[in-house]
Every structure is written in structure tokens, then in C-alpha cells.
Design a protein around this ligand. Structure first.
Ligand SMILES: CC(C)(COP(=O)(O)OP(=O)(O)OC[C@H]1O[C@@H](n2cnc3c(N)ncnc32)[C@H](O)[C@@H]1OP(=O)(O)O)[C@@H](O)C(=O)NCCC(=O)NCCS
Length: 183
């Protein structure tokens, strides 16, 4: 699996050849680089989560996602420091990418970094037709972001989000968005 991931990375990331004929990662935007999310980034991704969201994924959730079948991720880094990440399931048999999580640190928002991470997925036209994502009904900024990225709300999943508290479980509906890759 690791070998496959790295060969996909070589094909997808913008690269140039340096003077020693070594591939150099090119920034997607001045100072910002998109890299595959790997074990060395898991703690940084967990730190981004707890500095960004009210109900966040922990290191355990990130590892569980990455070890699950089709679980992938990318980070966006300001030089070497990760400032956001995307976690998704790639389901080639259904020609579908399901985004499970997408987070940018608050101080780096509104600079099109999340859009750049979505753009990375849109390059995968060879294997996928559709990108989907389910977000909380109350997450209005995420609704606006997805609309700006030309996703359409196509359904509601009742009680999709389940939050465990000492007093019990709270649920929230999920809004299901999709975007056709060639749209
Ligand atoms: C949603 C989120 C990922 C957007 O990241 P971002 O890097 O700020 O998004 P972008 O800069 O690429 O935004 C692109 C466009 O989306 C829209 N948009 C993004 N955030 C918005 C907000 N808070 N309010 C209204 N519109 C917004 C705008 O049209 C924006 O373009 P503009 O800045 O030129 O107006 C970020 O706010 C975040 O990490 N939120 C917390 C985690 C979360 O809710 N993730 C999504 C669900 S899992």
C-alpha cells in the first residue's frame, strides 16, 4: 500500500527537476505545499483539529481513518508546518471520493487553502467521477465553502453525527453534498 501511495504521489504532485535530477516539490501557492498525510503528520493533524473545531477528531480518529480501507489524506503546509489537512476515502469500485474531514487552522482561513485541497482531489478524473461530503446541519461556514467549490446539497442524513457526552449521546443531521469531478 505504501509503495502504491508514493507512486500516486509522484504522479499527482506538481514537481520540477532540480540540478541533481531530484524531484522538488513545487508550492501550490506561494509558501504552501500539499503533501500526502503520513504517520509523521498524524500528531500535527490532531493539533490542527483541536485548535480549529469544537467537536474534533483526535489522534485516535485520524489513525483509525488512515488505517481503514481506502483511507487517505493530504496536508497543506506553510513551508514545513502543516496548517490544514483533508481526510478522505477513495472508493475506486464506486468511482467515488468521500471526504471525511477537512480542516484549516483559523488563522490561515479565507486564503483558498481548503479550496486547494479540494482541487487536489479534482485532479483524479481518471479514477473518480464524484466527490461527496457530509457536514453538520449547523456548520454554516462549511455549507458556504462547499457551495463556493461548486458542491450541491443533495440530501439530509438524519442523526448522522453522534456526539458522546457523559450525560448521553447527542445527534445532529448531516447535509450531504456532492460534486461531479467533470462538472
Ligand atoms: C470550512 C473550511 C475548511 C474552509 O477553509 P478555508 O481555507 O477558509 O476556505 P477557502 O479559503 O478555500 O474558501 C473558499 C470560499 O468558500 C467560502 N467560504 C469559506 N469559509 C467561509 C465562511 N466562514 N463564511 C462564508 N463563506 C466561506 C467563500 O466563498 C470563500 O471564498 P472567499 O474567501 O473568496 O470569499 C474552514 O473554515 C475550516 O477549517 N472550518 C472548520 C472545520 C470544518 O468545519 N470543516 C468542514 C467540515 S468537516
Amino acid at each position: 500500500m505504501a509503495g502504491k501511495r508514493s507512486s500516486e504521489a509522484e504522479r499527482e504532485l506538481p514537481v520540477a527537476v532540480g540540478k541533481d535530477s531530484m524531484p522538488i516539490l513545487m508550492p501550490v501557492k506561494s509558501h504552501f505545499f500539499v503533501k500526502w498525510l503520513h504517520a509523521g503528520h498524524y500528531q500535527a493533524a490532531a493539533d490542527i483539529e483541536c485548535n480549529s473545531c469544537e467537536r474534533f477528531w483526535t489522534l485516535k480518529h485520524i489513525k483509525k481513518h488512515m488505517y481503514s480501507r481506502g483511507g487517505h489524506g493530504k496536508v497543506i503546509a506553510n513551508m514545513k508546518t502543516p496548517v490544514g489537512y483533508i481526510a478522505y476515502h477513495a472508493r475506486r469500485d464506486e468511482r467515488l471520493i468521500n471526504v471525511r474531514n477537512l480542516v484549516i487552522l483559523p488563522e490561515y482561513r479565507r486564503q483558498k487553502l481548503a479550496s486547494l485541497l479540494i482541487d487536489e482531489l479534482l485532479k483524479k478524473t481518471e479514477w473518480y467521477d464524484r466527490i461527496t461530503m457530509c457536514v453538520r446541519e449547523s456548520n454554516y461556514p462549511a455549507h458556504k465553502f462547499l457551495a463556493a467549490c461548486r458542491f450541491k446539497a443533495v440530501g439530509v442524513k438524519r442523526d448522522y453525527f453522534q456526539d458522546e457526552f457523559p450525560e448521553g449521546v447527542e445527534t445532529e443531521d448531516g447535509y450531504f453534498f456532492e460534486r461531479w469531478v467533470k462538472a
